[in-house]
Design a protein around this ligand. Structure first.
Ligand code: GAR
Length: 189
């Protein structure tokens, strides 16, 4: 199963997937490319170390969504990888119907809350400020409605009285790495 990752940030989830593949824990999944929409994305520096082609791909003209010329560039580059699965691993941009139609049923997203609670930006901070006692992370299929597609799996994280937003974020990231690796391995079978 050929997997393409789209990311915007430090790329710890993309790294977890690559390391799992190296350790033989990613089932039949093979990470074939990582595309980042920000030149500063940490994952671009990690690419060579992980032995995966990691490239910046210009998402312009929009800042918060992938549409117009940027969308066409992404469709062309991703299609050239002949992917069976596209993983949005911290891709901080709304993916629109054009891209989703090009890869129907193949795009999944990782979100740092127990959806349908706390969709959108800053899922971790939203949950922390709300005062819920359990939060976590979700992997779901991507549909045009943000963070609303069918849920594939979730992992629960308890918020302790001693947690700060930073310690909570660290716990959620650990949970995300395990969840995402599990889901991709399962989908590859
Ligand atoms: C992850 O926490 C992921 O859930 C979140 O971005 C982070 C990326 O971390 N995604 C979203 O908030 C999407 N709405 P990473 O760059 O270290 O993998």
């Amino acid at each position: 199963m050929r997997v393409v990752i789209l990311a915007s940030g430090r790329g710890s989830n993309a790294e977890a997937l690559c390391l799992a593949q190296q350790a033989g824990r990613l089932g039949r999944a093979e990470i074939v490319a990582i595309f980042a929409d920000r030149l500063e994305a940490g994952i671009l520096a990690l690419g060579p170390r992980l032995g995966v082609d990691a490239r910046y791909l210009d998402p312009a003209p929009f800042k918060t969504k992938l549409e117009g010329e940027g969308e066409l560039r992404y469709i062309e580059a991703v299609a050239a990888c002949a992917p069976d699965l596209i993983v949005l691993a911290g891709f901080m941009r709304v993916v629109k119907p054009g891209f989703l139609a090009a890869f129907a049923g193949k795009v999944i997203n990782l979100h740092p809350s127990l959806l349908p609670s706390f969709p959108g930006l800053d899922g971790i901070g939203q949950a922390f400020r709300h005062g819920v006692k359990f939060t976590g992370c979700t992997v779901h299929y991507v549909t045009p409605e943000v963070d609303a597609g069918r849920i594939i799996d979730q992992a629960v994280v308890r918020i302790e009285a001693s947690d700060t937003e930073d310690t909570l974020a660290a716990k959620i990231h650990v949970a995300e790495h395990g969840l995402l690796v599990d889901v991709v391995a399962r989908l590859s079978r």
